[in-house]
Design a protein. Structure first.
Lengths: 287, 390
């Protein structure tokens, strides 16, 4: 019984880390309809900036997160203006080619500037070390990741469903021409949503850095996992992404505990089953 | 007629002086991509050797031709080796970080009349594939087996092995299991995890549930190691007193700054630590750190490359710069010298390195950085993997 709880907490923590990193991709793919394969690259940029700010410049953890998120958004603004703006509404293949190209450039630059070694983001003492939950001990940073996941999910849901900005965003996505003629400045709406998505990627990169360490190939190494989460959850659906992360995290962790030699067999089996049953993802929006 | 004769003589004379040729050595390794740091170490080792010993043997200039295979890719490795032999006319092939890449090249050697000096690839069987192969690195068996003796000596009775599910991981598992069982210990469970594992918590839960006193692990050096060692700490195994044993790949020097305090006290067995205390090593580290640019990136493949160059230089001396692969290989059989890692020799039978294996503990230096501190030496270890395969 204790083991069941134990594996359950691990599954929850892993799922939440996946959620925080992938949700930004769900926003770009679902709401902005851009297949953004450079999502992992932005998460990695966030991680590198945080690591640099904390280790070399000596900022605290919270300050490093803030600097990294803002810094990544600042880097992303010209990228959005000059590269992404050309591919809104373009065929998927064009988007894939453009964003994978950006990814390779980012990998090359990261390798050149920071070198091929691993980078860590030093945790504050409060998040370091294990916390006793009664039936087991769990790493404090995992609890932090779970909390971050909950906050991000709630905040995004509120932003998109309950605020005037959310209304404008949904309107621009569904019918850009009509929204524009009604006075919605779609370009700004897109730019802001892109910035939010990139900021979330950076935030996820930092929070998840304990599980998925920052190194130049981060941008490609975990991209498949992020894409799987988005397609299983249904692009653009926040509850869907959350559900997908919890289900996939649970299956992956349990499979790895019981039958590690089968590797990711169960993970991908579940993905195939879910995508066959729900082609638009668990909670995907109908066209 | 006289003029013509003179011309001919002059031409001959010119040819003669031009006869001091350039001997080319083709080096294949991962110089870009996720394993670029290992390729960088190859290059640093080679550059260090040439900086200390010159780039000339007799009248012949030595030239290195690098070819890049970013990830294990036997087909590309073979194609590049062929290109090196045919187009570049290399007399020696060297390098090779991954076993499959080295294996793919072995069928070429005899016909090309080229010896192969393996500077890293660590599967025992490689040397049996052709009599023209010499290896200057280590094998996973060689570095893993002494750990079983350490475990026994330290009073560990029950061990669980956790390895990445690929060639070297399985090698490490077999090496440890065979030796530890022979020493009278018990391996309670063996877990093979997929290479793409990111979250090691469930694995650590298994380790905990198994009731073992110690955990023997093998993962490829790099990002996964960090997650694995952190999971070991975070899941309370360290505080529960479960010992962490592994071959030195897990605590290679270039990963230590990232591993930091979480790696302190880990026990590993390996053939080389950058901290090795000897005059030879000081000289080597100084030259290699200069060659690599960022001193913290220096790690074990550099010493394999450095010694590989030593072997190739001896081969060139023995053959007088003429291409004769068999004579070159015969010349270094039994060759013994003082390497930066300690005293080494080439076993005439297996053409693999006989060397000291060290037990090391990750320790904190005075300046706050972490390093592998050698605490016990197992002298003159051969490769038990070949015997086990028979």
């Amino acid at each position: 019984m204790q083991t069941v709880f134990s594996v359950g907490t691990d599954a929850l923590a892993y799922g939440m880390v996946l959620f925080v990193i992938s949700i930004g991709l769900s926003v770009t793919m679902g709401l902005m309809r851009v297949v953004n394969l450079a999502h992992g690259a932005f998460a990695m940029i966030g991680g590198y900036i945080a690591s640099y700010a904390a280790q070399t410049l000596g900022f605290g953890y919270a300050a490093a997160i803030l600097i990294a998120v803002v810094g990544t958004i600042i880097i992303a603004i010209p990228v959005e203006r000059f590269l992404y703006r050309r591919i809104y509404g373009a065929p998927e293949l064009t988007q894939v080619l453009m964003t994978i190209g950006i990814t390779f450039c980012v990998i090359g630059i990261a390798n050149y500037v920071f070198g091929p070694t691993l980078k860590t983001i030093p945790l504050p003492d409060t998040l370091r070390g294990p916390v006793d939950l009664g039936f087991r001990s769990i790493a404090a940073h995992k609890l932090f990741a779970i909390a971050c996941g909950v906050v991000v999910a709630g905040g995004l849901w509120f932003l998109i469903e309950k605020t005037p900005f959310g209304v404008k965003l949904r309107a621009s996505v569904d019918n850009a021409a009509m929204a524009a003629s009604l006075g919605v400045r779609t370009k700004i709406v897109y730019a802001v949503s892109f910035a939010v998505a990139v900021g979330l990627a950076a935030f996820g990169g930092i929070v998840g850095a304990e599980l998925l360490p920052i190194e130049p190939y981060y941008a490609l190494r975990y991209m498949v996992t992020f894409l799987v989460v988005v397609s299983v959850g249904g692009a653009g659906s926040i509850p869907g992404a959350l559900l997908a992360c919890l289900v996939l995290g649970g299956i992956d962790t349990t499979g790895r505990y019981l039958l590690p030699e089968y590797g990711e067999f169960f993970f991908y089996l579940a993905v195939i089953a879910i995508v066959c049953t729900f082609p638009r993802g668990l909670l995907g929006r109908k066209k | 007629m006289k003029k013509l004769l003179l011309g001919a003589v002059a031409a001959l004379a010119l040819c003669g002086s031009a006869y001091a040729d350039t001997i080319k050595i083709g080096v294949v390794g991962p110089f870009s991509g996720p394993f670029a740091i290992q390729g960088k170490n190859f290059k640093a080792g080679i550059d260090a050797y040439m900086a200390l010993n010159g780039s000339k043997i007799g009248d012949d200039d030595i030239e290195i031709v690098y070819r890049d295979v970013p990830q294990a890719d036997p087909a590309q490795s073979k194609a590049l080796a062929q290109e090196l032999v045919v187009k570049e006319g290399v007399q020696y092939l060297a390098g090779f970080y991954f076993t499959p890449d080295a294996m793919a090249v072995t069928p070429l050697l005899k016909q090309a009349n080229v010896p192969l000096v393996v500077m890293n690839a660590a599967t025992s069987a490689i040397v049996t594939k052709s009599p023209l192969i010499v290896r200057t690195s280590f094998t996973t068996w060689q570095t893993s087996a002494p750990m079983a003796k350490v475990a026994k000596e330290r009073g560990v009775k029950k061990v669980i092995t956790v390895v990445s599910d690929y060639g070297p991981g399985v090698d490490a598992e077999n090496a440890f299991k065979t030796t530890f069982t022979a020493e009278g210990g018990e391996v309670v469970d063996s877990i093979r995890m997929p290479l793409s594992t990111n979250d090691f918590s469930p694995i650590m839960q298994r380790v905990k549930d198994s009731g073992a006193d110690a955990l023997f692990a093998f993962l490829p050096s790099g990002p996964t190691t960090l997650g694995f060692v952190k999971a070991y700490n975070d899941n309370g195994l360290k505080s529960a007193g479960v010992q962490f044993l592994a071959p030195g790949d897990l605590t290679q020097e270039s990963d230590l700054p990232a591993l930091g305090a979480s790696a302190e006290g880990l026990l590993t067995t390996f053939h080389y630590a950058v901290s090795h205390d000897s005059a030879e090593n000081k000289k080597f580290v100084e030259a290699a750190q200069k060659a690599i640019g960022t001193p913290a990136e220096l790690s074990f493949p550099s010493v394999g490359a450095y010694d590989g160059m030593h072997v190739i230089y001896k081969m060139i001396e023995a053959t007088g710069g003429k291409q004769d692969a068999q004579k070159a290989v015969d010349a270094v059989k039994g060759l013994a010298w003082e390497s930066p890692r300690g005293p080494v020799s080439i076993d005439p039978e297996s053409r693999h390195m006989t060397q000291n294996i060290y037990l090391r503990e990750v320790a904190k230096a005075d300046d706050g950085t972490y390093y592998n501190k050698e605490i016990v030496t197992f002298e003159k270890q051969g490769d038990p993997g070949l015997a086990a395969a028979k």
